[in-house]
Design a protein around this ligand. Structure first.
Ligand code: F0G
Length: 464
């Protein structure tokens, strides 16, 4: 099975363990999955994929969460909190405003540690246990470190995380810290952290659980299975397009792998595969640069900057797996500004969906591609939101309104809120006014009721 969408399943090699093996996507070399540790090909250093003798069908899926899809995973079960089974929100106002046939938000921020990384870690930490390794490690813009710390703790294992100093949102460091990871802050960006941790892994000092580890992506594949199943249940068809934020391009690679496996088993027709559309921040957009120039390779950006710190990445290591995913599904990639990201974060919040900035990139990207006509009005679209609002409280404060200081006194509070437009009593009075022919009278009644209530409260407190 190559990275072509139509590739048939490969035949099981002698090195396979229970129908599972590792295969280099560049030279095709095959490796036993659990005898030795491999992150990349021992021959050519190409990326590895987990391959199965029997690709999955929908009928085999049962239960809920990531392990519902164990027919497509290397084990029956893993170290679980549990994860997956995230909501596929409807957003009718946004759908109408953006102008697509249907729009759903797959909110991966609803996983146990608040990001999609949990899906990868439940599998990755299980593999670490199978291999019998000691110390688990990752480089991270924050979310991977939080998930590694939590799942490592759950599995009773030591964890080490390397973070770019000063560029990780507060919620994520707090999680990694409380779950007991040893946190090393590197004076460099994410890509330098990954260089270092890869070298430590090469020396056998740590077991690497970044998405370069092919088993991580197996867990993340389940996002694709869930979207297809949920969408089909609701609409009787699969979505035309999935729009997602891109950092290291792990999810893009993982979703594409999910679709390829379903095509290989005959469960999904090639024509039913959703178009994969990646979104990056303008200040960290090497994948977009590659796609817009039709290139098969990504040029590393040494200087990256964006408010969406989760995707502040200049060297997407999974690009060789993700670019075919975008090209072979007829997809594209687009860059959005930090302000467009914040606007989208506010829009989602207005629909009750709280996400961190990187997550909102998907909606911002959809809006941009719809506005320039690259996405048409008749499409059914799913936007992936990857992390929870509380991951980055500072960004949420900046995007939201400021708290208003008020005196410790009900009458003063009442006066304060009625000066604004949305005060509760004002709101009640406004509603009564709107319903009546003579607006002033009900407003007076509404206000009168409020004052009478205050007088009553004061009498009660005098009694006490
Ligand atoms: N969204 C969020 C919230 C993320 O944390 C990440 C990656 C991405 C999107 C990008 O996903 O790498 O699969 O393209 N965060 C990693 C981390 C790098 O260390 O937490 P991708």
């Amino acid at each position: 099975m190559s990275l072509e969408l139509s590739a048939p399943p490969g035949s099981e090699p002698a090195c396979a363990d229970d129908g599972v093996w590792l295969e280099c996507i560049e030279c095709g070399e095959q490796f036993a999955p659990f005898d030795e540790i491999h992150y990349t090909c021992a021959d050519c250093d190409g990326l590895l994929e987990v391959r199965y003798a029997n690709p999955p069908t929908f009928e085999e899926f049962e239960g809920s969460g990531v392990w519902r899809y164990n027919a497509a995973l290397p084990f029956e079960e893993g170290v679980t909190l549990p994860e997956g089974d995230t909501p596929l929100h409807e957003v009718p106002r946004l759908r109408e405003e953006i102008g697509v046939d249907s729009l759903r938000i797959k909110h991966e921020g609803m996983n146990p540690t608040g990001a999609f990384k949990d899906r990868g870690m439940t599998v990755g930490v299980a593999v670490a246990k199978e291999l019998g390794v000691g110390r688990l490690a990752c480089a991270s813009t924050g979310n991977t470190s939080a998930a590694l710390a939590a799942y490592g703790a759950r599995g009773g294992m030591e964890t080490l995380v390397l973070l770019p100093s000063g560029k990780v949102a507060a919620g994520k460091i707090a999680q990694a810290s409380l779950h007991g990871a040893r946190i090393l802050e590197v004076d460099g960006n994410f890509d330098s952290c990954l260089d270092i941790v890869q070298e430590l892994a090469g020396l056998g000092e740590v077991y690497l659980l970044n998405s370069l580890n092919p088993f991580r992506l197996e867990g993340q594949k389940t996002i694709g299975f869930e979207i297809l199943e949920e969408h089909y249940e609701d609409y009787g068809e699969y979505p035309d397009r999935i729009v997602l934020p891109v950092g290291n391009a792990g999810n893009t690679a993982a979703l594409y792998k999910a679709f390829r496996e379903l095509v290989a088993s005959g469960a999904l027709d090639e024509s039913e595969v959703p178009t994969l559309t990646g979104v990056q921040a303008e200040g960290a957009a090497p994948m977009v640069e590659a796609v817009q120039n039709g290139r098969d390779e990504v040029r590393r950006w040494d200087d990256v900057e964006t408010r969406a710190t989760a995707i502040r990445i200049g060297n997407p290591v999974n690009a060789p797996k993700a670019l075919p995913g975008i090209y072979n599904t007829g997809g594209t990639a687009v860059a959005v500004s930090d302000d467009e990201i914040t606007d989208a974060q506010r829009d989602l919040a207005t629909s009750g969906i709280g996400v961190e900035p990187a997550s909102a990139a998907s909606l911002a990207g959809l809006r941009k591609l719809r506005a320039n006509g690259e996405i048409s009005a008749d499409e059914s679209v799913v936007c992936l939101t990857t992390g929870h609002l509380l991951k980055d409280p500072d960004a949420a404060f900046e995007a939201g309104g400021d708290p208003e200081p008020v005196p410790n006194d009900t009458e003063a509070v009442l006066e304060h809120i009625n000066d604004g437009e949305t005060g509760t009593l004002g709101g009640i009075a406004q509603k009564i006014s709107a319903a009546a022919d003579s607006p002033g009278v009900p407003a007076l009644i509404g206000g009168g009721i409020g004052l009478a209530y205050l007088a009553y409260r004061r009498l009660r407190s005098d009694d006490a």
